[in-house]
Design a protein around this ligand. Structure first.
Ligand SMILES: [Ca+2]
Ligand SMILES: [Ca+2]
Ligand SMILES: [Ca+2]
Ligand SMILES: [Ca+2]
Length: 576
């Protein structure tokens, strides 16, 4: 951000909690440099170090964001004076954003959302309750939109004077337990074993059965259905016990996931466990994800309805979708073994599997999208030996994927297309050919005693609740295979081209490619606990994306990207 903030009166503040109930004011002035207009077939508006709105069929405009971290439950009031406004005439159209590509195997299509255009303002702000380093905080996000597009001109606002009035609330963190395991009663025996082991390793743990939640054993039962009862329980457990990690155990028929109705034009609903992690609003109240109270959750563009939610996780949540006691016991042993084992050289291997995800040749960029994304992840994984199974290297084949996975690895990243049983991608410029692996290949993967963490970029690879187990869970359920897996329960999207003209391929700046590489960015920064990596990646994604629920940018893709990004695994697991 150097060189952009010309005048700064007050800087980012993190307030000590003991300043309760004092009114405070912070003032900050931002002066933006004039946008650069690049003339080509259309006009690109560039600003240094800016982010860019990429709403299909709308002009691409730059924006800046500033994040403040305040104590949990603090309240704010923002005033912003915008001045030094300048009109800049233009005689060509501003570049418009393109549709996203759907990362679905068998079907490559552009997604569409209903037009719902509304003008944007010079700035916006929102406050969200979230978690940072295991502590509840409030994130205040201010977005600045210094460029507006009109018919024959752009209007540029140079100077922003921001006044933040805030009131700090008092919140005391408890510390009776760190890990809460919620499971059906018939799995309790297996997970008591895990809890005992965790306790011996310094993680205070409690196992609670679904019957005990419904029966009100610890807290008074609240909630309209089973999922909401579980979510209220988690809220109580965070407030009363200081829970940081929640491990949900059971397939969705035993422990439900939440059907979420963020409708981007092709899939009416999908399942989200982020629902269980985003338990608080910024004022500390329960986040129902059904703010309009109509019984449909997480609505966006859903028959004209909308639920306004902050999406930020407040606790780190993962799931083991076990279908029976044998699977439950198997996974408990797998986790304990992983914690026990001396990890050898194999752990330092980082396997990346990628190819040419989309045909972008007619846009002239001709990126090899999957490879670009995993190459970015590799940059963050210092100390790891990258193993590249890439179309451009000529070694992308099912046999090679099986062979390399069989040798074991600390981490694996797939970037391409999927359905709930398979993952695949394309050779260079050959979009009719699919190369990948499916659940039927998994018995051939023989990395016994060397399980990996897999990040799977592609639609539906983590879609729990289908007739057969999904690709992501099948990897956990086999001997060897994966110890944890993150991927999408829904359709996911790839942003192609360099629509915003900043020189970076959009595939790593938006949607699925962006969130997947944030996992490795977090790990590379030294966050090694699985759930924290997951939570921090979602938080960073939300901090940098304007999910404002105001229809100005129709940010369904961003909301859905975080909602559908499911962690299958133990969130308290240390990946070292
Ligand atoms: Ca609703
Ligand atoms: Ca939240
Ligand atoms: Ca391509
Ligand atoms: Ca770009």
């Amino acid at each position: 951000m150097k060189g952009i903030w010309v005048a700064i009166i007050a800087v980012l503040f993190i307030l000590p909690v003991n300043l309760s109930f004092d009114d405070k004011i912070a003032k900050e002035t931002f002066v933006f440099q004039e946008p650069k207009i690049v003339v080509g077939n259309d006009l690109k508006i560039l600003m240094e170090n800016a982010s860019y709105i990429r709403k299909p069929n709308e002009p691409v405009i730059p924006f800046y964001k500033k994040i403040y971290i305040l104590p949990f439950k603090s309240t704010v009031n923002i005033r912003c004076r915008v001045s030094e406004i300048k009109e800049m005439p233009i005689d060509k159209e501003i570049r418009k954003a393109k549709q996203f590509f759907v990362c679905k195997w068998d079907k490559e299509e552009r997604s569409v959302a209903r037009e719902n255009r509304k003008g944007h303002s010079w700035y916006s702000w929102r406050m969200a309750a979230g978690i940072k380093d295991g502590k509840l905080v409030n994130y205040l996000i201010i977005n600045f939109y210094p460029v507006r597009c009109e018919e024959d001109k752009i209007v540029f606002a140079k100077k922003y004077e921001v006044e933040i009035r805030y009131r700090v609330a008092k919140y005391e963190d408890k510390d009776s337990y760190e890990l809460l395991i919620i499971c059906p009663w018939e799995y309790k025996f297996a997970f008591n074993k895990l809890a005992t082991y965790k306790e011996q390793h310094g993680i205070k743990s409690i196992v609670v059965s679904l019957n005990e939640i419904r029966g009100g054993k610890y807290f008074t039962t609240q909630g309209r259905d089973n999922a909401e009862k579980i979510k209220y329980f988690i809220k109580n457990a965070v407030e009363e016990w200081g829970i940081k990690y929640v491990l949900l155990v059971g397939d969705i028929f035993r422990l439900p996931s939440r059907k979420v109705y963020a409708y981007e034009g092709s899939e009416e609903y999908f399942l989200s466990d982020l629902y269980y992690a985003d338990v608080f609003n910024a004022d500390g109240s329960f986040s129902s994800w059904d703010t309009n109270g109509n019984g449909y959750y997480g609505e966006y563009n859903h028959s004209g309805n909308k639920d306004i939610i902050d999406l930020y996780p407040d606790v780190y949540v993962g799931r083991l979708p076990c279908r029976n006691f044998i699977e439950a016991l198997f996974l408990v042993h797998k986790i304990i073994n992983y914690m026990e084992m001396e990890k050898g050289e194999w752990f330092k291997r980082f396997i990346t599997v990628a190819g040419d995800s989309f045909d972008d040749s007619f846009w002239g960029t001709d990126y090899i999208e999957g490879e670009i994304t995993v190459a970015e992840s590799i940059k963050y994984m210092a100390g790891f030996k990258p193993v590249k199974i890439w179309a451009s290297l000529g070694n992308l084949s099912k046999e090679n994927i099986i062979k390399e996975l069989s040798e074991g690895a600390g981490f694996v990243q797939f970037e391409g297309h999927g359905n709930y049983l398979s993952w695949a991608t394309h050779p260079l410029h050959d979009y009719g050919t699919w190369i990948g692996i499916s659940v039927s290949d998994m018995p051939k993967i023989k990395n016994y005693g060397k399980p990996f963490v897999s990040i799977i970029g592609g639609c539906h690879c983590s879609q729990i609740g289908m007739i057969y187990e999904c690709f992501a869970y099948r990897l956990l359920r086999k001997p060897g295979g994966a110890i944890a897996s993150i991927g999408f329960t829904s359709l996911s999207w790839g942003a192609d081209d360099d629509v915003n003209g900043n020189g970076e391929p959009d595939i790593i700046e938006y949607a699925s490619g962006y969130i997947d590489l944030l996992f490795f960015k977090q790990y590379g920064r030294g966050t090694h606990v699985l759930g924290e990596i997951w939570g921090n990646a979602i938080t960073e994604y939300l901090n940098s994306s304007p999910v404002e629920w105001n229809d100005a940018f129709l940010d369904i893709w961003d909301a859905k990207t975080v909602e559908a990004w499911l962690l299958i695994g133990d969130p308290s697991l240390n990946l070292q």
